[in-house]
Design a protein around this ligand. Structure first.
Ligand code: HEM
Length: 150
């Protein structure tokens, strides 16, 4: 059972971190250089809409499987790196919530009304928040994997 939980936990992590890496380092820079705002912003809003829905499901999976592995051991007995993973995981979830509930709707409404400056400003904030979450995600993976050897 633990192996299945860990497999599902890692599947969610791979989708979330891998998707952010692709969006930040591959998709966005190329779209920025090759497409003008009236083409780039609707494309990125549509791509991010699909990705964020998958991320929301992945987060539920990551937290559910993470807590299912942690709670039977007991919070008091759980090693430090599990507590750190829970903390950074919840911080990442909070940042994602700000992206999804605050700035992504601004991007969509800017695109819907062809207000490219407003859509571009929202996308710029989303880009910075995603970069922050990518850094936190990489740190969380390092804590999770290396923590058990310390
Ligand atoms: C948010 C709540 C989370 C909880 C409660 C949680 C809890 C756990 C637990 C209990 C394990 C099993 C560790 C072991 O048996 O040694 C685990 C494994 C792991 N978690 Fe999390 N986790 C959470 C979020 C995250 C996040 C956000 C990431 C990455 C961004 C992550 C990455 C990992 C990795 C890579 C492993 C495998 C470590 C290994 O076996 O080498 N976790 N998690």
């Amino acid at each position: 059972m633990k192996a299945i939980l860990q497999l599902l936990h890692l599947a969610g992590v791979i989708v979330w971190i891998g998707g952010m890496f692709f969006a930040h380092f591959c998709l966005r820079p190329v779209a920025a250089t090759q497409l003008p705002p009236p083409q780039r912003l609707p494309l990125l809003a549509a791509v991010l809409g699909r990705f964020f829905a998958v991320v929301a499901a992945s987060i539920l999976l990551i937290i559910a499987t993470g807590l299912s592995m942690m709670l039977p051991v007991g919070m008091a007995q759980a090693p430090l790196h599990w507590h750190l993973m829970l903390t950074t995981g919840l911080l990442m979830t909070a940042i994602f919530s700000v992206i999804y509930l605050r700035y992504f709707p601004r991007l969509r409404s800017g695109v819907a009304t062809a207000d490219w400056p407003a859509a571009g400003a929202a996308l710029n904030i989303i880009r910075q928040l995603v970069a922050g979450n990518l850094g936190l995600g990489a740190a969380t993976v390092a804590i999770a994997v290396l923590g058990k050897y310390l």
